[in-house]
Design a protein around this ligand. Structure first.
Ligand SMILES: NC(=O)c1ccc[n+]([C@@H]2O[C@H](COP(=O)([O-])OP(=O)(O)OC[C@H]3O[C@@H](n4cnc5c(N)ncnc54)[C@H](O)[C@@H]3O)[C@@H](O)[C@H]2O)c1
Ligand SMILES: [Zn+2]
Ligand SMILES: [Zn+2]
Length: 361
């Protein structure tokens, strides 16, 4: 059976999001059909719309979602109809080089549903990050579903499906932030503020939030920043050094992903410290650094794919911390909107007015 549902699609580069009827097939082997409850608007959706990810238009946007499994393919055992799930965009294969050496968080062969969702005229859709959850129903690989506590607010926990997990994981998993560390986070949108919260959760004693937008800094303070730096007004490298005894932070997280912010992160870090790149650069960006500085400053320069998370381990843990009052996921939900308001949400994101707009379906 094919399901006809309402969904948010972008047909061509920079076109406005349009609401379309799409066709979603029943799940085949390894697949799950999910009724979407909520889906956050992430900067990556805007990157898709702008053609900054690839040119495989039309895109079915949305990838930060909670839903309820409504059907599964014949061989699926990990989830069942009725399960409340948070969707993830790195379903691990268990067989690649990374998985075989016990590092599934780096899986080199993550997968999505095999069957395609389409427009009514049969045009195949590219689902954003293999999810496509600005839709009443979506089809994913069963491994993209992580069963979670059905009593938790879907709008809040769904954000673990992308931005919030990427940020928290950038601090805890990739940056390996330890008790007593100093951490600086450059860019305090949904991802950066989550990195601030993750650093605080891991026991960092100095957590410096950096942004060019003062509104963002206020929110970062509410979520655990001990200091803030407005980098539109002061040199962030100098400011971070000053706040860390003149040395630089143990871990600096670039949650913007531009050459200039990466350089700031590189030089705002203490000797032998760690730089984590979690913001996603666009294809034309290049970086130039004196190689002697790369050698002389030591430490590690890491990228964080999805916060190097393991959804099966990290989603339930973070939801438990949320329910214990130790992680304020509610603070990330700035507004709840309808599927008709996605374009408006992009404008608000662009204007820096929201951490997350969450579509309720
Ligand atoms: N690595 C991953 O797995 C992963 C996952 C999700 C999102 N991302 C990426 O993370 C980045 C941030 O996403 P988001 O949803 O938080 O976006 P966002 O638009 O909500 O936030 C970006 C923030 O950066 C600030 N900013 C912009 N330029 C700056 C500069 N020069 N210096 C300091 N701050 C600056 C903005 O004011 C804003 O607060 C995006 O590139 C997104 O694609 C990566
Ligand atoms: Zn793998
Ligand atoms: Zn995202």
């Amino acid at each position: 059976m094919v399901h006809k549902v309402k969904a948010a699609v972008v047909r061509t580069k920079n076109a406005d999001v349009t609401l379309e009827t799409i066709l979603v097939p029943d799940p085949g082997p390894g697949e799950a059909l999910v009724d979407i409850l909520t889906c956050g608007v992430c900067h990556t959706d805007l990157h898709y719309k702008q053609g900054a990810i690839n040119d495989d238009f039309p895109f079915l946007l949305g990838h930060e979602a909670t839903g309820v499994v409504s059907a599964v393919g014949p061989d699926v055992t990990e989830v069942a109809p009725g399960d409340r799930v948070v969707l993830n965009w790195r379903a691990v294969c268990g067989e690649c080089r990374a998985c075989r050496r016990g590092q599934p968080q780096y899986c080199f062969n993550t997968h999505n549903a095999t069957q395609k969702m389409t427009l009514e005229d049969g045009t195949e859709l590219t689902a954003a990050l293999g999810i496509g959850a600005f839709a009443e129903k979506t089809l994913v690989a069963a491994g993209q579903c992580t069963k979670v506590d059905p009593d938790a607010d879907p709008a809040a926990v769904g954000l673990l499906g992308c931005g919030v997990m990427a940020g928290i994981g950038a601090a805890i998993n990739t940056g390996n932030v330890q008790r007593g560390d100093s951490v600086a986070v450059i860019g305090c949108g949904g991802v950066g503020v989550a990195a601030v919260a993750g650093a605080a959760l891991a026991g960092a004693t100095t957590v410096i939030a950096v942004d060019i937008d003062a509104k963002k800094l206020q929110r970062a303070k509410e979520l655990g920043a001990t200091h803030t730096v407005d980098s539109s007004a002061v040199d962030p490298v100098e400011a971070i050094r000053e706040l860390t005894g003149g040395f630089g932070a143990d871990v600096v997280i670039d949650a913007v992903g531009r050459p200039e912010t990466y350089k700031q992160a590189f030089y705002a870090r203490d000797l032998a410290g760690t730089v984590v790149l979690v913001g996603v650069p666009s294809p034309e960006m290049t970086l130039e650094l004196p190689l002697l500085d790369v050698f002389g400053r030591g430490g590690s320069l890491k990228s964080s794919w999805y916060g190097d998370c393991l959804p099966s381990r990290d989603f339930p843990t973070l939801i438990s911390l949320y329910r214990q009052g130790k992680l304020d996921l509610d603070a990330f939900v700035t507004e709840r909107i309808t599927i008709e308001q996605i374009e408006e949400a992009f404008s608000k994101m662009h204007a820096g007015a929201v951490l997350r707009s969450v579509v309720e379906l």
